[in-house]
Ligand binder design. Structure first.
Ligand SMILES: C[S@@+](CC[C@H](N)C(=O)[O-])C[C@H]1O[C@@H](n2cnc3c(N)ncnc32)[C@H](O)[C@@H]1O
Length: 272
C-alpha cells in the first residue's frame, strides 16, 4: 500500500504506447467535431462549457481533455504519468488546441497549482486509483472557485466489488465495497490496444457511494446531479458483458437491470 504510487505510475506509464494505438485517436483528425465516447456519453448531463476554465485531473492521454476543449472550455490537464501528459500535449498541439499540463500526483495538486478553476472534470476509471476519497474531495474543492462544479463519472463501487464469476455464470461479490483495503492485481494486457504491459501490477481502492457523497458534502459541495448507469466504457467481466451498438460501452448480457455499472455526479462548490 505504501508504494501504491510507484506501482501505479509504472503501470500507467506502460499503458500509454498501447493506448495511443487503441484509443481511436485518428477520429479527432478525421472529424473536427469528434469528441471521445466518454465525454459524448455524458453530454446530456454536462453543463455548457463555453468560455469556462477547467482542469481535468487524471487526464491520461488527453482524449477526453481535448473533447472538453472542443466543447468550448480552456483546459489544464493533470496526471502523474509524464508519458501520458506528453501524449496529451502532442494531441492538442496537432489539433491546433491550447492545453496547459501539470505533472503531479492528485494529492500534491495544492503544492503545484495556485489558480482556481470554473470546473474540475474527472473521467471514468480515476477515483479507483486513489486511497482516500475525502482527501480527493478536499483537493477538488481547493481547485475550484466558489460556485464552480466538479463533474465526474466513475465505475460503480458495486461493479468494483465483483470478482470472477462462478462456474454457472452467477456474479460473485468478492471484493470490498467500502473504502479501506488496497487491492493488488496484475493483468498483462490493457483495455485498449494490443500487446503486453511492461508493468502489469496495479493497486486499486473502492469507495462506497455514501463515502463519495459524504466527502463532497464535508468539503463544501451540493450534489446537483446523480445518475447510475447499466453500462461502463470497457469490458469489466469478459463473457458476462456485451458491447452496445454505436458506442464503446458494455453492459451485462443477461438482465442488465441487475447491476449499476457506473455513475455520474455533478456537484457544485458552495459560496462561503
Ligand atoms: C483510466 S485513465 C483516465 C480516464 C480517462 N477516461 C481516459 O480513459 O483517458 C486513469 C489516469 O489516472 C492517472 N492516475 C492514476 N493515479 C493517479 C494519481 N495518484 N495522481 C495523478 N494521476 C493518476 C493515470 O496516469 C491515468 O492516466
Amino acid at each position: 500500500m505504501d508504494d501504491y504510487l510507484d506501482i501505479n505510475k509504472k503501470n500507467w506509464d506502460s499503458r500509454v504506447p498501447l493506448h495511443l494505438e487503441g484509443y481511436r485517436i485518428q477520429e479527432f483528425f478525421d472529424d473536427e467535431k469528434y469528441i471521445s465516447d466518454v465525454v459524448r456519453f455524458d453530454l446530456p448531463r454536462l453543463p455548457k462549457l463555453t468560455n469556462l476554465e477547467g482542469i481535468h485531473i487524471q487526464s491520461h492521454i488527453g482524449t477526453d481533455t481535448v473533447s472538453l476543449i472542443r466543447l468550448g472550455a480552456r483546459m489544464t490537464a493533470l496526471d502523474f504519468s509524464e508519458p501520458a501528459l506528453i501524449a496529451a500535449k502532442e494531441l492538442a498541439t496537432k489539433l491546433g488546441l491550447d492545453l496547459d499540463t501539470v505533472h503531479c500526483d492528485v494529492y500534491s495538486a495544492k503544492e503545484q497549482i495556485a489558480k482556481k478553476f470554473d470546473f474540475v472534470f474527472t473521467g471514468i476509471g480515476a477515483l479507483c486509483w486513489l486511497p482516500d476519497i475525502n482527501k480527493w474531495a478536499e483537493i477538488v474543492s481547493y481547485l475550484l472557485k466558489p460556485g464552480g462544479f466538479v463533474f465526474f463519472r466513475e465505475g460503480h463501487p458495486m461493479l468494483w466489488s465483483i470478482g470472477d464469476s462462478k462456474p454457472n455464470g452467477d456474479l460473485a461479490i468478492e471484493l470490498d465495497y467500502f473504502e479501506g483495503e488496497a487491492y493488488l492485481s496484475a493483468e498483462e494486457t490493457t483495455y485498449a490496444g494490443e500487446g503486453k504491459l511492461d508493468h502489469p501490477e496495479i493497486i486499486s481502492f473502492n469507495h462506497g457511494l455514501a463515502e463519495v457523497f459524504n466527502a463532497l458534502w464535508a468539503n463544501g459541495f451540493d450534489i446537483e446531479l446523480f445518475e447510475e448507469h447499466r453500462s461502463v466504457p470497457w469490458n469489466p467481466l469478459a463473457d458476462e458483458f456485451i458491447k452496445l451498438e454505436g458506442i464503446d460501452e458494455w453492459e451485462l448480457v443477461y438482465k442488465p437491470n441487475r447491476l449499476a455499472a457506473s455513475y455520474t455526479v455533478l456537484a457544485r462548490k458552495r459560496y462561503p
